[in-house]
Write a new protein. Structure first.
Lengths: 463, 463
């Protein structure tokens, strides 16, 4: 089901899932007779999130699927008519509109850097413009969360990371997308059952504090759970007193073993996790449960996990929720979708840029792709170049949609997850570190640079 | 359509939109024969967001609608069977499950405070437990955003605030929910067209930088737009040079006026908004456009808006996006759903609490409601009390669902927005201020306090 989840999740037409200004501009393009003039847009971000050195591209496949959802229904058109902004002829145009854009995209799960196009959308300006808002909404968020997940997984140094964030996400779809992106970024499983069903992500969970509170005492609660699910016993031990809880888990663990089952482990969810995990480990080992796992949670992120491991915390698995699915320390990627070139009436292409007082906000002109240079299997350099200057066999973007028709099968979530892991393995630890990462070299091809400077000079001179 | 938007937006059953541990606990309750034992859960938050003094309850109606979506389909049950965690008899139980919970809820849009139940869910423990995750996902986020919006609107001191955040939200549904909550919190309109259609929120928008870049020069771009939509001309002036852009807007404004139309205004989206707005105002006034409005945007939040107005910025309307829909400075409310009481086998109720080393995390026991005490139309005090101690005629929560059946019509989004405005008008400015707000008095009824202390003592003594 993963490949068509958007179509399944929403039964609405998504043509109106955009900003109004995309529609007023569409009207302007139609009214001035240039709706079908071709344009090139690039979806990029300007700074890697979390003061890090890289990002993980995610949301690419859902974004590509979106194009199939852009169909204006009668219901949509009746709503647009009610706004009293548009002529009836324009609404007829929208009714007949079929997406004919061409889309080149980086592979889902790829490591990407600032200013690189994650998508290049080429097609009638009216259509390419309409797609801006939903493409950004989908890719901005999932890229942010896949990146956060990759960092958390890196901090966990081989220990498992479970994503538990559903209750703190932006409504239900925020949670699904977040679980999806977290899995691509390297999380081992999610608590979100519908994400498990829709995307095939492994699901995990045992019980909450309320299970313990419901029963007369903690020992009874653990015993009752063990009677129901003797092979899924990972007890949450901090409802009342954590180390008492560990003792109760051990007691029920012995009863389980006598009945031919084995305690899976315990979960710590509050308090000094370094100290408590060391104490719990000692208690479990002394009691003959060296294989019982210790899961820890409580507002964890990559920095807290790093700190816990530095303290020799005896934690086998980390449960990460709020800080992951909200990307708490930087909850927006800030990706943008900027025009790079426009087809003139005479059929020639004109490059364009957006100026800004802030150099980082000046866009790059052209029809841009990314060359990724490897040496001995290591990523050593990327080059942002114009595909009209000659095809490159180390091009990162691949043609996904050709004039509205999918020309490449969707990559699965497992393929995206594998791509992420493989790309991270090819990336220097200097760029992956959290503190002052070394910027990965991303060059602008000199031919693009020349055109860019000419456009800047012309725009400034032409005031 | 607003009243049934969840049912419309998702065609999936939402029974699996929950954490796995809700289902493993459900299995445990079923297996141990107590699935239908009644329990009381309270949905609360522990600290008002943004270091503020209050929150605005939102997401209540969508959360109530959710209960109708919880039906396990054959497809859901096949997925659960594939997990190999549950007996077939349990899946049959889920297949036949109909929600019979009773829900009392604060009105959507009401001002609420820490520890107050926004929802009280009473019903079979298995059912009430399953609802935890989706109720939190919906109410946590919308309450956070409605609160942020109320603060931004307060900072704007009567000037309009437009919500433009769709591209930075968590996927498409995060954007819909965010636009809904922002409108309840007091925003005047959204850029999100589908939110406009589904919820009836006014929509706003004109054009982006790409419109200007597409055309040969800015003046041509403005003229072409004016030809298409002469009555919707609010020009974005910072694509190349902001004050040049204002001059171009004025030039086209004169042409519009000559043709019998009027320039609506301009939008500033970068640079020193205080300085540029003052300059732009002077230019517009000098040119005979004193009624042309100045809209400003660029990562604004309540503090930046306050700072701009202190500098006498000449801004009529604020466009707020990323910082609003992500609640950037605190992207999670952290609401929780805690068990308050359990029906024993003998039919009596037993109060329960969750202990913690952090006193703020100790839950309150019982069947809790909120009395809101007004004096001369001002809110002066709330009391968290146990509804079994006697009904209060100043009770804030109202019965929304009685044993699975809706007993009160859904409040509209306009009613919620009006409630928010009315409640904020009744709240002291000392509690509404941003810096060191005075905590609003929320008392725990002494009878509840006595029971709570007894439970704490018993739990600590009974280790």
């Amino acid at each position: 089901m993963g490949a068509t989840h958007l179509a399944e999740l929403y039964r609405h037409s998504l043509a109106l899932a955009t900003d109004l200004y995309q529609l007023t501009m569409a009207y302007g393009y139609w009214k001035s007779g240039v709706a079908d003039r071709e344009a090139v847009f690039h979806l990029t971000f300007r700074v890697p999130p979390f003061r890090g050195g890289y990002a993980i591209a995610a949301g690419i496949e859902p974004a590509l699927e979106l194009l199939d959802q852009v169909r204006f229904t009668d219901d949509d058109l009746a709503y647009l008519a009610s706004l009293k902004l548009f002529e009836p002829g324009f609404l007829d145009y929208l009714r007949a509109l079929e997406m004919t854009c061409t889309v080149d995209a980086v592979p889902e799960g790829a490591v990407v850097f600032a200013h690189e196009p994650l998508l290049r959308v080429t097609g009638p300006v009216l259509q390419a413009q309409l797609l801006e808002t939903p493409l950004l909404a989908i890719i901005n968020y999932q890229t942010l969360i896949a990146t956060k997940a990759a960092r958390v997984v890196q901090a966990a140094r081989g220990r498992g990371v479970l994503e538990f964030g559903m209750r703190r996400a932006q409504n239900l779809d925020g949670a699904f997308s977040g679980s999806r992106a977290a899995y691509i970024g390297g999380c081992a499983a999610t608590s979100n059952v519908l994400a498990g069903k829709l995307y095939g992500i492994p699901v995990r969970g045992t019980h909450a504090h309320s299970w313990v509170m419901f029963h007369d005492d903690e020992l009874t609660a653990f015993r009752t759970y063990a009677a129901a699910m003797p092979d899924n016993c990972l007890f949450l031990v901090d409802t009342y007193d954590t180390l008492d809880g560990v003792a109760h888990a051990i007691q029920v663990g012995r009863e389980l073993r006598a009945a031919g089952h084995e305690l899976i482990g315990i979960r710590l969810d509050s308090g000094d996790l370094a100290h408590l995990s060391i104490e719990a480990r000692r208690m479990l080992d002394d009691a003959g449960f060296p294989n019982a796992r210790i899961v820890a949670s409580n507002d964890l992120d990559e920095l807290l996990i790093g700190s816990l491991l530095e303290q020799d915390a005896k934690i086998d698995t980390f449960g990460v929720g709020t800080k992951l699915v909200t990307a708490y320390d930087q909850p927006a990627l800030g990706g943008v979708y900027k025009l790079g070139a426009v087809r003139e009436a005479d059929g020639s292409w004109r490059d364009v840029i957006k100026l800004s007082e802030q150099p980082i906000k000046i866009s790059n002109p052209g029809h841009l792709g990314v060359r990724r240079i490897l040496r001995d299997g290591e990523m050593i350099r990327d080059v942002i170049y114009d595909v009209r200057d000659g095809a490159a066999d180390d091009e990162l973007l691949v043609r996904a949609i050709e004039r509205g028709v999918r020309v490449r099968g969707a990559s699965t979530i497992e393929e995206a997850r594998a791509r992420c892991a493989a790309d991270l393995a090819r990336l220097s630890p200097r760029t992956k570190r959290f503190m002052n990462p070394q910027p990965y070299p991303v060059e602008l091809d000199p031919r693009v640079e020349v055109r860019k400077q000419a456009l800047i000079a012309a725009a400034q001179g032409g005031r």
